[in-house]
Design a protein around this ligand. Structure first.
Ligand code: CUA
Length: 355
């Protein structure tokens, strides 16, 4: 049927060369752009270096593949599109090209095996057990993290924020009380699911970079998922020991006159995002400029509550759930706040709500 002459091989070679040239230029631009983008926050763990390098290598390997495929598709769509008058033509009779097919199967296979091997080596290497590893248990629940450190004997020391000494290998055992969460400190680059019923583990070695880094839940776990954010503080060994001591003594150490451990200012407890409470992220309260809608609007509900009812709503929110809201969303602050802190919140809310 074909009345078309076979495609001149010189012409087709020139076309292939043009495509490859466009592909090469686009790949170079793509790689430059990919490497120029600052993808990650400041690194704060020894694992971060190898992870960032792995990421760069994956970009360098995958950008040209993507660009090459797209270039060929676009080039062919434009160059070989049907022109007016060609409606009945079939195109040249080509029945595959064994050499090409071998090449485009072999190259991706080699690339994939190479990249998988490299990734496997990096990932096992950065999670090797090290001497003098500190153990931290991380427990996720809707919608907060609690961090537990080994204390005296069988006792554990609980903390609403993650405190870590610098230059220390840490083994995290991650657990969940309810649904699947995901423990993630972007600055450490390490991340793992918290799955009810099983223990998962990740290892992180802090560096000498001290500071405060966000702890994020990276698994959609319910309405308050986006509020499940706390802080990882990397501090000096002395500061860490002092902090642990302070946490071990608990919020009951009232006679120390509020030595920074438990915040006792109601408004700060309510508004400060660094507090484990940070009520403003879920509730609306005009005085605190808070506009959260996950929980009841406090300007509306608080004026109708007695002090005792309000206190119960903070300590054990599910005892009585406001109509139209789901139980199980708000943490039971009776377990983590001191009597003094709860009273401070009650007092603050009573003073300002509904004004
Ligand atoms: Cu916990 Cu999202």
């Amino acid at each position: 049927m074909s009345d078309q002459p076979p495609v001149a091989s010189r012409e087709s070679r020139a076309q292939v060369r043009t495509m490859l040239l466009i592909g090469a230029v686009a790949s170079a631009l793509g790689i430059a752009l990919a490497l120029w983008i600052d993808w990650f926050p400041v690194p704060a763990s020894e694992q971060a270096g190898p992870i960032d390098t792995l990421w760069d290598v994956l970009l360098i390997a995958s950008v040209p593949v993507f660009v090459l495929v797209e270039t060929i598709v676009l080039y062919c769509a434009i160059k070989f599109r049907m022109k007016p008058g060609e409606e009945l033509k079939d195109g040249p009779p080509i029945h595959g090209n064994t050499k090409l097919e071998i090449i485009w199967t072999a190259i991706p296979a080699i690339l994939l095996v190479g990249l998988c091997t490299y990734a496997y080596v990096v990932l096992t290497d950065i999670e090797k057990a090290q001497a003098n590893t500190m153990e931290v248990r991380v427990v996720g629940e809707q919608f907060t993290w609690t961090f537990y450190y080994p204390g005296e004997g069988d006792e554990e020391i609980a903390s609403p924020q993650l405190w870590l000494p610098e230059n220390t290998p840490v083994n995290f055992t991650v657990q969940s009380k309810d649904v699947i969460h995901d423990f993630w400190v972007p600055a450490f680059r390490m991340k793992i699911d918290a799955v009810p019923g099983i223990d998962t583990h990740i290892r992180v070695t802090t560096t000498s970079r001290r500071g405060e880094f966000p702890v994020v839940c990276a698994e959609l776990c319910g309405l308050g998922h986006s509020t499940m954010r706390q802080s990882a503080h990397v501090v000096s060994r002395e500061e860490f020991d002092a902090k642990l001591q302070e946490l071990a003594e608990g919020p009951q150490g009232e006679d120390e006159g509020g030595g920074g451990g438990g915040e006792t200012d109601g408004k700060t407890l309510f508004t400060d995002a660094a507090q484990p409470t940070a009520c403003g992220s879920c509730h609306t309260l005009a005085d605190a400029d808070a506009t959260g809608t996950t929980g009841p609007n406090l300007d509306e509900v608080v004026p109708d509550l007695s002090d005792a009812e309000l206190k119960e709503s903070i300590e054990d929110p599910d005892a009585q759930v406001t109509e139209g809201f789901q139980p199980g969303l708000m943490p039971r602050y009776g377990e983590s706040l001191s009597e003094e802190q709860v009273d401070a919140l009650v007092q603050y809310l009573k003073e300002v709500a509904g004004q």
